[in-house]
Write a protein that binds this ligand. Structure first.
Ligand SMILES: [Fe+2]
Length: 422
């Protein structure tokens, strides 16, 4: 059986496609190996349950470029009027589909290598967001839109409040418990939401009844010359990666390629950086974002300059997030759980000030850099007008009654104190 400790050497290397090609069929064993190790706390060579050394660099890396070769062949075939090629003719791409489906099911998250994603774009984005959040509160308050549930513009600290998961937390072994206090307090992070992708213009596209989820963007007045370009360059790359992963995930689940991506069209996708002032909140074990799941479809994280993000695997193992250079971390949100009837569960996570966060703070601030921790996050969504329910062979699942995506989003926004509407 091939374990993850031997895969880690290939993380984010260009030879990944060839390597994973040789692993065809081993993904289940590898994924199961990691789950077994994490559940049992046995020595793994890379850390033990409850240890801070258990991290996401030990998950398999998805080579999205290998899958994109198949997508490009599909586009060519469509343009020439030929029939769509079979995924069976692209074994490297098929492996990625299987790995994505298995990772989502077993872990709720994936590490993705995509050559379109480069650190220069991420750095330009992080540089701008640091400057934005460094502004005084009165300036940032001009960008706050509570009337549309903060779904565009800024959300100040001490507004969003995670749902209460204290009963679930009480059942966890102490080594896997989040730092989040019970009951959870309001988050100390700021947020900015920037819409990515086209807005709906018709009822079918999601405009009717959900205008508040599809509001016009806010452009901060001191950034008007650069804001759209920097945000959209980075945001569109994250969104495209999420779209391609959704195609691969569908195929990995044995569904048609467009099952999810068609429902993402005109979705209210949000570039969603958080900003936490570590000068103010930088005390060890301070929760920056309390323990929660995301309400959307797939969340994409680029690299942050400060560690602190933790995710929980399906079996409840707490895992520190490390995003290798040139990679993205993706995590399942509630809409992916819903549409798969719980085959994939929305991934829980929290962001905490740790010793590592404080080390990074000392180093960065010592060199004159910003004291704000920015997350490089995008929330991909399904379209507001979509009927959200388990699809195809997932439709035997109970506890997922049909609901419009826009209504599901509004219910979640109420539950986390972002919407006051009745
Ligand atoms: Fe989140």
């Amino acid at each position: 059986m091939l374990g993850f400790s031997s895969q880690r050497h290939f993380a984010c290397s260009n030879s990944l496609s060839a390597v994973l090609g040789g692993l065809f069929g081993a993904a289940t064993a590898a994924a199961a190996a990691y789950l077994y190790q994490s559940r049992n706390g046995a020595s793994t060579g890379f850390g033990t349950k409850g240890s801070d050394s258990l991290d996401t660099t030990h998950l398999p890396v998805i080579d999205l470029d290998a899958y994109r070769k198949y997508l490009q062949a599909c586009v060519k075939a469509r343009e020439s009027g030929s029939s769509t090629p079979s995924i069976d003719s692209f074994p490297d791409a098929k492996v990625q589909c299987q790995n994505i489906a298995k990772c989502f099911h077993l872990y709720g998250c994936l590490v993705v290598k995509d050559s379109r994603v480069n650190e220069a774009d991420n750095n330009a984005f992080l540089d701008m967001m640091e400057k934005y959040f460094e502004q005084d509160d009165a300036q940032k308050q001009k960008d706050v839109r509570p009337e549309v549930h903060y779904q565009v513009g800024a959300t100040p600290e001490r507004v969003e409040q995670a749902r209460n998961h204290c009963a679930k937390i009480a059942d966890m072994p102490p080594t896997d418990r989040p730092i989040t206090p019970c009951p959870p307090e309001k988050d100390v992070k700021w947020r900015f939401f920037r819409r990515i992708g086209p807005r709906p213009t018709s009822a079918a596209e999601g405009a009717a009844g959900f205008g508040d989820l599809n509001a016009l963007d806010v452009i901060p007045e001191k950034f008007s010359g650069v804001w759209a370009d920097v945000c959209d360059t980075w945001g569109n790359k994250l969104l495209q990666a999420a779209r391609d992963v959704s195609c691969a995930a569908a195929q990995g689940f044995g569904l048609p390629q467009n099952t999810f991506v068609d429902k993402m069209e005109y979705g209210p996708h949000l570039l969603a950086p958080t900003g936490t002032d570590l000068k103010k909140w930088g005390k060890k074990n301070q929760a920056m974002a309390n323990y929660h799941y995301d309400l959307n479809f797939i969340t994409v994280h680029g690299k942050s300059r400060f560690p602190g993000l933790y995710v929980w695997l399906r079996d409840g193992t707490k895992t520190r997030v490390v995003v290798p250079d040139g990679c993205l971390l993706m995590q399942a949100g509630k809409q992916l759980e819903y549409i798969t009837g719980g085959h994939v569960l929305a991934g829980f996570h929290e962001v905490v000030v740790t010793e590592r966060t404080l080390d990074a703070y000392k180093k960065r601030v010592g060199k004159g850099n910003s004291h704000w921790r920015i997350s490089s996050t995008l929330f991909s969504h399904l379209r507001s007008s979509v009927d959200l329910e388990p699809v195809a062979h997932f439709n035997t699942a109970k506890n997922y009654p049909k609901i419009k995506v826009g209504d599901q989003v509004k219910n979640e926004l109420k539950a986390i104190n972002l919407s006051q509407s009745k």
